[in-house]
Design a protein around this ligand. Structure first.
Ligand SMILES: [Zn+2]
Length: 114
């Protein structure tokens, strides 16, 4: 159900953009979903397709990018990118890594139809 909540947040963002920029249809949107998030991108895209059916966003294509997450190692203090939230530090092998981003959902790009 997490994806549905996110989907609603996304729809709010898009409604806001639509109001602000005054377009009528959206052809494509691009999202970034950090790899540390517990979001299933497929489920989100599916939820989006279902929720927008018959509305102004009907048929909009959704692209999802999964940027790697960033962590800081509490042992050697290095800041690095990792694909896996539970991977050890690539520098010292330590396991005390602090996430510093990578679980957010971002709307990075929209392609509008005037
Ligand atoms: Zn380290």
């Amino acid at each position: 159900m997490h994806e549905l909540t996110l989907c609603e947040a996304l729809l709010d963002m898009l409604d806001e953009e639509k109001r602000r920029r005054g377009f009528s249809r959206l052809r494509r949107l691009k999202l970034e979903i950090g790899r540390f998030g517990c979001v299933d991108p497929d489920a989100l895209v599916y939820a989006f397709g279902v929720t927008t059916r018959g509305g102004w966003l009907d048929g909009a294509q959704v692209d999802v990018d999964r940027p790697p997450g960033r962590v800081t190692c509490l042992d050697c203090k290095v800041e690095t990118q990792v694909d896996d939230r539970f991977a050890p530090c690539p520098q010292c092998g330590g396991e005390r890594l602090l996430p510093v981003g990578g679980d957010e959902l971002k709307l990075v790009e929209i392609e509008i139809e005037a």
